[in-house]
Design a protein around this ligand. Sequence first.
Ligand SMILES: Cc1cc2nc3c(=O)[nH]c(=O)nc-3n(C[C@H](O)[C@H](O)[C@H](O)COP(=O)(O)OP(=O)(O)OC[C@H]3O[C@@H](n4cnc5c(N)ncnc54)[C@H](O)[C@@H]3O)c2cc1C
Length: 476
Amino acid sequence: MTASTHYDVIVVGAGVSGTALLYQLAKFTDLNRLCLVEKYDSVAQVSSHAHNNSQTIHCGDIETNYTLEKARATKRTAYMVVNYATKLAPRERDRIIFSMPKMVLGVGAEECRYIRERFDCFKELYPRMQLLERKQIADLEPNVALVDGAWRKDEIVATGTPDDYCGVDFQALAQSFSSDCVRIDRHTNKQVTQLFSTKVDRIRRDGSNYVLETNRGLLQARAVVVCAGAHSLLMAQEMGLGLDYACLPVAGSFYFAPEALNGKVYTVQNPRLPFAAVHGDHDVKERGKTRFGPTAILLPMLERYKRETIPEFFKVLRFDRRVAGVIWDLIREPDIRNYILRNVLYEVPGLNRRLFVREIQKIVPSIAATDITYAEGFGGVRPQLVDKISGQLRMGEAKITNEAGLIFNMTPSPGGTSCLGNGETDMRAIAAHLGARIDEAGFTREFLMGHEDTRDHAPSASLEGDSEPLSLATAV
Ligand SMILES: Cc1cc2nc3c(=O)[nH]c(=O)nc-3n(C[C@H](O)[C@H](O)[C@H](O)COP(=O)(O)OP(=O)(O)OC[C@H]3O[C@@H](n4cnc5c(N)ncnc54)[C@H](O)[C@@H]3O)c2cc1C
């Protein structure tokens, strides 16, 4: 092995998580030899691609499934993205984050009462958030409040912000982190290597170091962080870690309508359902289109539209009685069973548009099935973890670590938003393990100050991430 293949840290996976971490390690630690390894030929080709997610910066104000505590932690990580992007040149910033109206809409008496109560509880954390009665909703989103110029029949109320950085192209964000790392590599004495078309086949321990076997030879590092989406668990299990977890890949598809919304309209989440309610989003890449979704369907593959990942799915499913028990708990609950069935039907050509349009009509009542099209080739996979010991489905990000310089990240939604928060946790763990120094003042200036000052918000500290396990036994 040559010296040039020996690094302080290797990051596996050049999605928004891996590139964010590489950037943080390169800019804010004194580690000098860093490497990013990606199997495709460019950054963000999987979940972080703009086609494959809902392009939302989730800061906790319109996500009704977040507790106040979860919202506070999410707000800090979400604004790390905004604080980073708003310090870039305006042309670069405007490729990455997008300002638009956003709201969570209550429809019907019960949801409206809930929205009003939630507003009282959350308004202190989000001072710009407003309670929007139907007149204000109509000003921001006429197609939500009006049908043919008259008020829609249902009672509606929303909370939201007329103008906020809530849209994001995670692919452009990853490109920005990657370009910053190229500049650091060129203009400082640090070596920050980015290897594309390089697939990691296996990681093994070699004394206190790690050896990565790739299609282009061996690489060696003192620490390794795997940010390989659904593949992270597979790699961890090949090293004997995370064996108490299984992975259920939950695919999400989208539908397009001609420009129906000016911004983002979320709906109230049914607390009995494990996945986000359908929402409408002004698409930041597809001009003149509104994106509705995502759906939620279990698919036996780790990457959407990649049949070659089917065998890998069976490896991480690790199907046994405990996984069967968790799946059984899901399908025996009528609300979840109906939800799963509906989502299967949303994928059936011919039937799908006529059924899915009913979900959209909650947001835009005047929309018709003929107005929408299935977004072919769009959508991704959320790698949801099943904790076999507790029989729980984990709903957020998760980490597996050997506490000795090896970390694996699983990043279902809102993993794009938390790329920098998650990267901070990993950067601190790796710096502690390798005895590296962190430029705390620079880090605070770049990520916690600027557009939004979040210095008084505590980071989500736990190495398990800020995932919220959903106990199927108690939640349903
Ligand atoms: C339908 C849907 C909607 C979503 N909406 C949102 C949203 O609105 N907001 C939000 O914050 N999040 C959202 N998410 C989640 C978000 O997209 C992901 O959390 C985020 O993109 C994960 O980024 P990542 O870098 O961890 O993974 P990825 O972007 O998937 O990157 C993983 C990388 O690892 C590489 N890789 C894998 N195996 C190997 C290997 N063996 N060797 C080398 N490289 C490898 C892959 O090629 C890939 O580039 C959504 C997800 C889905 C599916």
